[in-house]
Design a protein around this ligand. Structure first.
Ligand SMILES: *Cc1c(COP(=O)(O)O)cnc(C)c1O
Length: 347
């Protein structure tokens, strides 16, 4: 196994991070803050926010059963994904491996960082081919991406496959669990302590209903989290976002209710979609969306758009020809969609 230090770019290992006023001051009882060139008026937004978001991490740590120093918070999961490249991958030299099809940002981030992206197709039920992924790795392979439940297919990755990747890949294995709250299986967080090269991504954007505040989470060994904190922008999570997240973390009952309703609706929708004559296949989903293969995705997509209903046409994605990805909405929104689709079938 390569050590985290060996995997890290040399410039990052030797980096001396920016030390902010709020980093240097760590006492508790001060009342006069003349250290950060802030405006003394317009409280509380005049103050720089907590650079390490301690209050939020304390609550998440308790909820997830991990330590606060195993948590990174970013401007969406996208920041954590991009940091993985900037910390571990030397532009023009290193490469990463990912299951395909999967979330588009892994490749966008590879491209912006000039990193070779080795996409390995899944099988027909969207399970990653671990043997081929491992065989594609070389000394310059730094990251391996998995998404479970996967976007756009909606399925969980079999745990045995993820464990085999973790046991055999000697770089950083990233498992994106953006949709895990809707899944029938548990997060990999329980095995975090056994795999110091594992990075788990979760987000406030889906089950928590907070895509607008841009808050993503990464869970990993303290060594990896320390690297992420070292490289991130000093105040990457703004005060308003931290405030909104703290309030939402106090409403876990309501979140659980939303998740239960969405899961119930997902079952109803899967059944209703499955009997439509235009529907060729409903893929099983552990997420808050359903991928369906239809007779003519382009035509149905355009028809729905004209009705003011927007779904995602995934037809140009590998293994997803003629497939639409449909997010589960409110019961009323879902009924509106079904009415429109039933009308389409009668045309
Ligand atoms: C929606 C989604 C995310 C969330 O991204 P944010 O930047 O946190 O909003 C992450 N991964 C996958 C696979 C997603 O579909």
């Amino acid at each position: 196994m390569r050590t985290i230090e060996e995997l890290t770019r040399r410039c990052i290992n030797s980096l001396k991070p920016y030390s902010s006023a709020r980093n240097e001051y760590s006492g508790k009882n001060a009342t006069v803050f003349l250290d950060a060139n802030e405006n003394p008026y317009n409280n509380p937004l005049n103050r720089y926010p907590d650079p390490l978001q301690y209050d939020i991490k304390e609550i998440i740590a308790k909820n997830k059963g991990i330590a606060a120093d195993q948590i990174f918070l970013g401007n969406g999961s996208d920041e954590a994904i991009d940091l993985m490249y900037r910390i571990f991958c030397n532009p023009g030299k290193d490469n990463v491996i990912a299951m395909e099809p999967s979330y588009g940002m892994y490749r966008v981030s590879a491209d912006t960082n000039d990193i070779e992206y080795r996409a390995i197709p899944t099988d027909d039920s969207f399970q990653p081919d671990i043997d081929r992924m491992l065989a594609s790795a070389d000394n310059n392979t730094k990251l391996m991406f998995f998404c479970s439940p996967n976007n756009p297919s909606g399925n969980l990755i079999e745990r045995g496959r993820l464990i085999r990747a973790l046991d055999n890949f000697d770089g950083i294995t990233i498992v994106d669990e953006a949709y895990i709250d809707f899944a029938s299986e548990k997060s990999l967080i329980g095995i975090l302590d056994r795999y110091p090269h594992l990075v788990i991504l979760q987000t406030f954007s889906k089950a928590w209903g907070m895509a607008g505040i841009r808050l993503g989470m990464a869970f990993a060994s303290p060594e990896i989290i320390a690297l992420m904190n070292k490289v991130k922008y000093p105040y990457n999570i703004n005060h308003l976002t931290q405030q909104a997240a703290l309030e939402q973390l106090g409403r876990s009952e309501r979140i659980a209710e939303w998740v239960r309703e969405i899961i119930t609706e997902r079952g109803i929708m899967a059944e209703k979609l499955g009997v439509l004559p235009i529907c060729l296949h409903v893929y099983p989903s552990d997420a808050n969306f359903i991928l369906v293969r239809v007779t003519d995705a382009e035509d149905i997509y355009n028809y729905l758009t004209d009705m003011g209903i927007i779904v995602r046409n995934r037809s140009r994605i590998a293994l997803c020809s003629n497939s639409l990805r449909i997010t589960i909405g409110t019961p009323e929104e879902n009924r509106t969609l079904m009415t429109a689709l039933n009308d389409y079938c009668k045309k």
